[in-house]
Structure formats: structure tokens, C-alpha cells
Design a protein around this ligand. Structure first.
Ligand SMILES: [Zn+2]
Length: 364
């Protein structure tokens, strides 16, 4: 699916959007995309109804770490990039689209899912609940980390739920002073929601997949849906995401020990290593006979498309490795699991990490 010519505008927009959905945010990105103090958000959103959407929705963020063209030639875009762009295309065709409102919602969604503690469901209708329980138990047993991991689901429906939306606003919007004001603002936003064809239904409002050092792991419906739409089995998608993010928890847990071993001078080199290792360890778990027991064929597609497409921002601190590098890292994990299968044991995180370091140059 090629919706647009891959102009530089397309590339810049796509990169910015993908940057927004990076994995281990604490170590990779510290700036906030949108500051929530927007007393003018509602007038802005209403104003959008009176003008063409494209006037208020330009991709305006400056980007300075662009890879040279020669690098981009070796770094092909995958269909996942096209899917993301299709969401943006839908926004541009929605007369009620407003750039600031979209960012406002994204920020609320991210903060809410970061701070929420309580019951969870996974998938729009809870269709992944059973799988989430199963994989969580398996991953706990497989890696035996000291920490407890909390998995939160992210849903576009949160933004259409009056009580949840008011809670988000009350908690995170500094322009609102109390719950009464939060409900008043929520009610106005719900009116816009009702008129808009994309807000908040677009999967783009639930695209988060990240983990934090406190044990939090977030999986958004939109992220799952986007990869499933590329033809990857839905259970493999969910398993791939949770397995990848779980390894970041191992990296947090062993960070002091492993920092001594790997000391990359540049942030993007470190980031690329951490991400490729997460793909490697995820594939190890996913294909291990005491893990998720998939064969390579079942999981190959997932790593081929991957959920950050294997970005080509060679010098970005969010760099995940190119698509080919991610696939090779995953294949290495599968090969290790295949070796270990004969012995029937699970390597400890330390040993998995050591193996990856020893073979790292093979995936680059
Ligand atoms: Zn990651």
C-alpha cells in the first residue's frame, strides 16, 4: 500500500510520528511533545470547524538529526509506515481535526496510562485478556526478574468515556481546578468527539508501546491493530510487543552490571543496542519450547514489519536499528533458542545478554 509519494515531507512527518511512539521512553526521550496547560484548547478545536483542516495541521516540528540520503537508500520504509500515514491522511480529511486537540489527547492518553493502577483489559473488547495473563505468567517464569511488571492497556475508548476523560483532565490539565470544571471541559470535548470522524476513534490515539523503569509496561490497542492490519497473526503481535518490552525490564534490572560491559560513546549507538537486544531476547522467548513455543515462520513477519518499522534515524537517540538489523537480531534469538532446545533449559538474562554482545556485530 503506497498512499503517497515518499517526499521529504512524508519522511519528516513519518519520523516525527514514529518518534512519538518510542519504546523505553525514560532512557530515550525526556522532552514532552505537548505541554498541557491549554486554556485555549476548546476555542482552538471549535475554530477548526471553520477552516480547511490542512491549514492547521502542518507537520511543523523541526528535525535536525536527519540521516543523509545515502543512508536512507539502504533503509527502506515498510508498510507499517504507510499505515501510520493513512491515519494522518484521515485526520487531514476530517473537518473537525485540530492539531492541538490531537496532541492534547495524546498527552492525556500517555499520562493516564502511565499513572493508572487498577483493573485492565487488552484489545478493544478485551479479546487479548486471556493471552495477556498467559504471557505475563510465562514471561515472569521465563526471565525471573526481581521486579513486578505492571501491564496497562491503552484504549481510544478512554477518550469517549465521560468519567475517564474527566479524570484525565482533572489529573493532568493544569488549567482545570476541580472535578466540576473537568466534567464541563469533558462534556465540550465529547461534543467534538461526536462530530469528528477520527477523534478519538483513530488507532493513532492508542499507539503507545513502552516500558518504564518502575516496572510499567504499556500496550495500546492501536499499536496491535496497526500491525495486525499488515497481516501478522494477532496473538503473535501481542506476544511480540510484550516480549520485547519485557526485555527492557531486564535491561533496567541489570543496568548497572551491563553498563560496565557495554559503554557506547554515542546515545544512538546505545539505543540501537538496547532495542536490537530486546528483539533478540523477544525472539528467544517466543520460539523457546519453554517460552511461547512459536516456530520461526510464525514470528518472522512480526519482526519484519516491527512496530517502530526499524527507524532509519541513524543518529537519533531513539534509533531502533534498521528493519534488516531488527530481523537479524530476532533471527539470532531464534537460533539461540533452537540450540538451547536440545538441552531443554532456559538461559538466564545474564547469559542471554552475554551471547548477544558476542554476536552483536553479526546483526549490524
Ligand atoms: Zn523497545
Amino acid at each position: 500500500m503506497k498512499l503517497f509519494q515518499k517526499s521529504s515531507g512524508y519522511i519528516i512527518c513519518l519520523f516525527i510520528l514514529l518518534l512519538h511512539n518510542s519504546c523505553s521512553e525514560e532512557k530515550l526521550s525526556t522532552h514532552e511533545i505537548y505541554e498541557i496547560n491549554s486554556e485555549l484548547i476548546l476555542p482552538q478545536a471549535k475554530k477548526a470547524t471553520n477552516k480547511p483542516a490542512t491549514e492547521s495541521s502542518s507537520c511543523r516540528t523541526e528535525f535536525r538529526l536527519f540521516a543523509p540520503d545515502s543512508e536512507l537508500n539502504d533503509c527502506p520504509f515498510t508498510d507499517f509506515g504507510d499505515i501510520i500515514f493513512s491515519y494522518i491522511f484521515d485526520f487531514f480529511n476530517d473537518p473537525y481535526f485540530d492539531f492541538d486537540l490531537v496532541n492534547y489527547y495524546l498527552e492525556l492518553q500517555k499520562k493516564y496510562v502511565t499513572h493508572y493502577r487498577g483493573d485492565n483489559y487488552f484489545g478493544e473488547s478485551g479479546e487479548y485478556n486471556h493471552l495477556a495473563d498467559k504471557r505475563t505468567r510465562e514471561l515472569e517464569k521465563f526471565w525471573q526478574l526481581e521486579r513486578s511488571v505492571i501491564v496497562n492497556g491503552q484504549h481510544t475508548a478512554f477518550l469517549d468515556d465521560r468519567d475517564i476523560l474527566a479524570s484525565m483532565i482533572e489529573s493532568f490539565d493544569r488549567s482545570v481546578r476541580n472535578r466540576t470544571e473537568a466534567y464541563a471541559k469533558a462534556d465540550l470535548l465529547l461534543e467534538i468527539n461526536a462530530l469528528s470522524s477520527t477523534i478519538p476513534e483513530s488507532p493513532y490515539f492508542a499507539m503507545d508501546g513502552f516500558t518504564k523503569s518502575n516496572g510499567l509496561l504499556v500496550i495500546g490497542d492501536g499499536l496491535i491493530e496497526s500491525i495486525v492490519n499488515l497481516g501478522v497473526d494477532e496473538k503473535v503481535v501481542f506476544t511480540g510487543i510484550i516480549s520485547h518490552e519485557w526485555w527492557h525490564q531486564a535491561q533496567f534490572e541489570y543496568s548497572e552490571i551491563w553498563e560496565d560491559i557495554i559503554e557506547f560513546e554515542l546515545d544512538w549507538e546505545k539505543s540501537r543496542f538496547l532495542e536490537l537486544e530486546a528483539d533478540f531476547a523477544a525472539a528467544y522467548f517466543m520460539t523457546h519450547k519453554r517460552g511461547a513455543t512459536y516456530n520461526w515462520k510464525r514470528i518472522e513477519d512480526f519482526f519484519e514489519v516491527s512496530y517502530n518499522i526499524g527507524d532509519c534515524l541513524i543518529e537519533s537517540t531513539n534509533h531502533h536499528g534498521t528493519p534488516n538489523q531488527r530481523l537479524e537480531a530476532a533471527r539470532l534469538g531464534y537460533e539461540l533458542a533452537a540450540e538451547a532446545q536440545h538441552k531443554g533449559f532456559i538461559l538466564e538474562p545474564q547469559a542471554v545478554h552475554k551471547y548477544f554482545i558476542e554476536h552483536y556485530t553479526e546483526v549490524l
